[in-house]
Write a protein that binds this ligand. Structure first.
Ligand code: NAD
Ligand code: UFG
Length: 350
């Protein structure tokens, strides 16, 4: 494949930093734009240490059109992977305007800058939260969309915008068509096997795996398990956890697909990135204890508002069309999370 330059928005963040490693190792040139609102520059220094390669970093907000236009003028970008955005479901209910401004308006500005620079290949970070809750707990791409919180709705809105933008090419062809992959992530966890980059949430983590990991290292006292009365085998919530390195490999596969015959006429296609396997909160606690030898103190607490009993992917479409399947199992995910946590007990220190 012709290796070229990829602009990674939000590249200093959890998933973005792992994507930079995979891209550099696959021979791409990498340009990162990030406002560092939820990350530290140290993550990108570590990316360079892991790979022995350099990347170009711009500290800028994706809502700053002038900054983006300058980046597209200076760098010969072929493809954009768009991670930048806000991602906390609870916070999105308290600050909906901030979420729509960063995630929806930010993407509009990015798309305008891309369009003006004639860069029309995009891989977008979508989420399993775009789906309308389904009884079965398993989600295929053909199921109806219907997010239930502002964060999820911001992702649906961006998906809608991207479908509309790509559809214009069919009505009114104008040069190279838009080629867009919407990647709907399930629950990314784990860390690079070096333990040099990983998830570094601000303050007390909202998500299960970083919380469990911080209980294990002694930063937090005990885990609250939100609900033990769900209609699941052990009563706790079931999710499809996916190793972040598997997840970012899906992005490289998406770029390959975008550049192949599969996207020859352009278009916008959605793919689930998950393992297809579900694990309960207690499965996570028990496996964490078995892998690390640490005791995880927990108590049962009421259900968390907005949580589903069960959510796992049907990942068959990504296998068929992107030639991608997740490789790593839950033990790998936990071992790598723990390796990162032990080596960086306070996360990144700039
Ligand atoms: P993250 O917060 O670690 O990374 C996001 C990065 O974007 C951060 O470095 C942040 O500083 C940057 N950023 C935010 N707003 C920006 C702006 N306006 N301009 C420039 N930079 C900005 O989050 P992550 O877990 O790496 O998630 C990456 C993407 O994947 C997000 O779009 C998120 O919604 C999506 N996603 C994440 C999960 C998950 O569980 N982690 C699940 C589904 C989807
Ligand atoms: N949980 C606990 N205690 C905690 C944290 C979580 O019991 O302290 C439980 C939750 O109730 C849920 C499971 O652990 O059953 C997973 O919760 P997370 O908060 O880790 O993940 P979610 O499935 O709620 O959401 C995550 C991301 C979203 C993303 C979604 C789907 O936070 O941004 O996965 O991709 F959209």
């Amino acid at each position: 494949m012709d290796k070229h330059t990829v602009l990674v928005t939000g590249g200093a963040g959890f998933i973005g930093s792992h994507a930079c490693v995979e891209l550099l190792q696959a021979g791409f040139n990498v340009v990162v734009v990030d406002n560092l609102s939820n990350s530290k520059l140290e993550s990108l220094k570590r990316v360079e240490q892991i790979t022995g390669k350099t990347l170009q970093f711009y500290q800028a907000d994706i809502r700053d059109k002038t900054a983006l236009t300058d980046i597209f003028a200076k760098e010969s970008i072929a493809t954009v992977i768009h991670f930048a955005g806000l991602k906390a479901v609870g916070e999105s209910c308290e600050q909906p305007l901030n979420y729509y401004h960063n995630n929806v308006y930010g993407t509009l500005v990015l798309l305008e800058a891309m369009s003006e620079a004639n860069v029309k290949q995009l891989v977008f970070s979508s989420s399993a939260t775009v789906y309308q809750p389904s009884e079965t707990g398993q989600y295929s791409e053909s199921l109806p969309l219907g997010a239930i919180n502002p964060y999820g709705r911001s992702k649906v809105m961006v998906e809608d915008i991207l479908r509309d933008v790509a559809a214009v090419d069919k009505i009114k062809p104008n040069g190279a068509p838009w080629k867009v992959a919407l990647l709907r992530y399930f629950n990314p966890i784990g860390a690079h096997e070096s333990g040099m980059i990983g998830e570094d949430p601000n303050g007390i983590p909202n998500n299960l795996m970083p919380y469990v990991s911080q209980v294990a290292i002694g930063n937090l006292k005990q885990l609250s398990v939100y609900g033990n009365d769900y209609a699941t085998p052990d009563g706790t919530g079931i999710r499809d956890y996916i190793h972040v390195v598997d997840l970012v490999k899906g992005h490289i596969k998406a770029i390959e697909a975008i550049e192949s015959d599969k996207f020859s006429g352009g278009g916008c296609k959605a793919y689930n990135l998950g393992t297809g396997k579900g694990y309960s909160v207690l499965d996570i606690v028990n496996t964490f204890e078995a892998v690390t030898g640490r005791k995880i103190l927990y108590q049962f607490a009421p259900r968390r508002a907005g949580d589903l009993a069960e959510c796992f992917a049907n990942p068959a479409l990504a296998d068929k069309e992107l030639n991608w399947i997740a490789d790593k199992d839950l033990e790998d995910m936990i071992a790598d999370t723990w390796n990162w946590q032990v080596k960086n007990p306070q996360g990144y220190v700039d």
